[in-house]
Design a protein around this ligand. Structure first.
Ligand code: FES
Ligand code: FES
Length: 164
């Protein structure tokens, strides 16, 4: 069946079975490889995307359940200012190690920061607790989230201020 999907502001079509997980529609049908397969069982968070602004596990979300909801993937994270800030900070702090989990980490961080613009460590632990990282970048992820939230001065802005 042909599904009309709204992804990162674009209307895209996927001719797949109703029970095809959204993850495979993104990766295999639409060739959007940013979202990763980890466990396939809603346990690791590698496949996290947003549906109407809420983080979901695309590995266990059938395409038929998406309906006319708005999907945002890591390819669309830079479409708003907060997403751009996350991208910049992840890069400036060298958050990724192998990088495999980081698309999911950034999508969860975006949802967390929208809900809690200045999250506490506990809120970060809760918001990010279902995103696993085999490289154990958890401390840098936490630092990055605090930096995006403005609790730490972003390195680039500090430099800019020093030179102004
Ligand atoms: S691949 Fe979806 S939660 Fe692990
Ligand atoms: S950076 Fe390697 S799994 Fe997270």
């Amino acid at each position: 069946m042909a599904y009309q999907l709204k992804i990162n502001g674009q209307q895209l079509q996927a001719d797949v079975d109703a029970d095809t997980p959204l993850l495979w529609v993104l990766r295999d049908t639409l060739d959007m490889k940013g979202t990763k397969f980890g466990c396939g069982m809603s346990l690791c968070g590698a496949c996290t995307v947003h549906l109407n602004g809420n983080p979901i596990r695309s590995c266990v979300t059938p395409v038929a359940a998406v309906g006319d909801g708005a999907v945002t993937t890591v390819e669309g994270i830079g479409d708003d200012e907060l997403g751009q800030r996350i991208q910049r900070t992840w890069k400036s702090l060298d958050v990724p190690q192998c990088g495999y989990c980081q698309a999911g980490q950034m999508m969860s961080a975006l949802a967390l920061l929208r809900q809690h613009p200045k999250p506490t460590d506990e809120q970060i632990d809760i918001g990010m607790g279902m995103n696993l990282c085999r490289c154990s970048t958890y401390l840098r992820i936490r630092q990055a989230i605090h930096q995006v939230a403005g609790e730490l001065a972003p390195a680039k802005e500090s430099e800019d201020a020093a030179h102004s």
